[in-house]
Design a protein around this ligand. Structure first.
Ligand code: GDD
Length: 249
């Protein structure tokens, strides 16, 4: 395996993550995963995250690369751009994770093992299966909002997953190839739900492995009212819109 092999590509979307990025890239570099590559997708962050990413890429001997986008366009579209660039290469697995260290890098080998040893088409890091948890500093309102979001999504879409809004996933590259990525429009929580919906709609299987979700210590969440409103509407659009939920191959 050479340093430029890219069997497993971790896609990290960044918007104002200057302080977090070196830490997460360092933690990923310490993992014992053959052919692991990191693709940072930065939306021209005003805090200079793009420059930090370029420096990390220069120092990485080909293990880190950067996709610069012109302006902030939402987490969902940043992922889609990163996935599309990755699928043009030879990756077998694509990991999606936040760059703010809220997702535990040490679970990546578990996710890879689950993808390799089960019939799962995608594995998600779940806060709500046995063994999963959220950081103790989550206030009651955040816990309630997250629990409500999952209840709401399950009530409308019946996706069969405990943590439908989770943002930490390991995708078989072929699973992503079977999803019509250019037509994915949503962002934030809604992006996670829409991607799960696409998987289930195509008769593919989602597995969940437990994670502990940590609260970010640097920078701020980009969650806005618009993102929350989009998330509230999306399940109805998926269920009753022009692309209703119906498994097909
Ligand atoms: N490139 C780019 N990156 C973005 C953008 N918006 C957010 N990001 C990046 O996407 C990651 C997550 O953004 P946060 O704003 O920190 O998300 P959150 O509120 O903590 O929500 C997370 O957890 C939810 C529940 O699991 C998820 O539903 C949600 O998608 C996200 O993963 C971070 O690395 C952040 O820099 C954007 O417009 N462009």
């Amino acid at each position: 395996m050479t340093s430029s092999s890219r069997n497993v590509v971790v896609v990290l979307p960044t918007y104002n993550e200057r302080d977090n990025l070196p830490r997460i890239v360092g933690a990923l570099g310490d993992l014992d995963v053959a052919g692991l590559h990191v693709l940072v997708v930065d939306d021209n962050s005003p805090d200079g995250t793009g420059d930090v990413a370029d420096k990390l890429a220069l120092e990485s001997a080909g293990k880190v690369s950067v996709l610069h986008r012109r302006e902030k366009d939402g987490l969902g579209r940043a992922y889609v751009a990163g996935f599309e660039q990755t699928l043009a290469g030879d990756a077998e697995v694509v990991i999606q994770m936040d760059a703010d260290l809220s997702h535990p890098v040490e679970v990546i080998p578990v996710m890879l093992e689950t993808l390799a040893s089960t019939d799962a088409d995608v594995v998600l890091g779940s806060r709500y299966v046995a063994g999963g948890s959220v950081a103790g500093d989550w206030g009651w309102h955040r816990r309630a909002l997250s629990a409500w979001a999952n209840f709401y999504v399950d009530m409308i879409l019946r996706l069969g997953v405990k943590d439908a809004t989770a943002g930490f996933k390991a995708w078989k590259a072929d699973t992503l190839r079977r999803i019509d990525l250019p037509s994915v429009r949503s962002s934030g929580y809604a992006f996670q739900v829409e991607m799960n919906y696409r998987v289930v709609q195509r008769g593919m299987r989602i597995a969940e492995v437990p994670i502990r979700f940590e609260e970010r210590t640097e920078g701020v969440s980009k969650m806005t009212f618009t993102v929350q409103a989009e998330s509230a509407l999306l399940p109805w659009k998926l269920r009753f819109g022009r692309r209703p939920l119906r498994p097909h191959r």
